[in-house]
Design a protein. Structure first.
Length: 199
């Protein structure tokens, strides 16, 4: 795989022990307002969480630098149910606001990914969570499925969906569905409206 232009290779910070293969079909878009720099991200994921390194494959920092955190062929740690078939791309944004230059940089990275890896489907982390929850519901032999709709990133739509998920979760027995209930309760809108800049 050729080197993507304008991207800092930080893969040396990743401990690859025990990591499995990743065969990307998706690009999962994330955002954070918790760690503006790669060093902050690495501290949170590796030192505090005890992970092998930064969980995303790519990270767009506050100042506009893009870091390659994990090789694309290595599993991620960014989206349950998608860590073996996706590229995790996280963008730092304060209060959901992006500058024109950061939007342009993000689009350039996405364009390079599509050119290098083929036509990967771009989805927001919110939708990845819904798809994962629906898989868990099927595995638990429950008929309920939540809509897998890109509009899930819009705040009004998300609030309605979150209310529906919370209501459904409340009706499940903790004895029979304890771990499923935990996953359902973790559902959140990430990256929210940010995704609309990159559709």
């Amino acid at each position: 795989m050729k080197k993507l232009q304008g991207i800092l290779d930080r893969t040396s910070t990743l401990d690859r022990t025990g990591l499995k293969k990743n065969v990307p079909k998706y690009i999962v878009l994330h955002s954070t307002n918790s760690y503006p720099t790669f060093e902050d991200l690495l501290t949170k994921h590796k030192k505090r969480n005890g992970w092998n390194g930064a969980g995303y494959h790519l990270f767009l920092e506050d100042k506009g630098d893009v870091s390659l955190c994990r090789p694309f062929e290595t599993e991620g740690a960014h989206a349950l149910g998608f860590n073996f078939d996706s590229i995790g791309f996280c963008i730092y944004t304060l209060d959901g606001l992006l500058t024109k230059s950061k939007i342009a940089k993000g689009k350039k990275v996405l364009s390079q990914l599509q050119e290098e890896l083929g036509n990967l489907q771009l989805i927001p982390h919110t939708l990845a969570q819904i798809k994962y929850l629906n898989r868990l519901l099927k595995e638990n032999e429950l008929e309920k499925q939540f809509p897998e709709d890109l509009n899930c990133v819009n705040e009004d739509y998300f609030r309605k969906l979150k209310t529906e998920i919370d209501s459904f979760t409340g009706r499940l027995s903790t004895d029979s569905y304890g771990s499923l209930k935990m996953r359902l309760k973790e559902f959140k809108n990430c990256p929210g409206e940010l995704f609309n800049h990159f559709r």
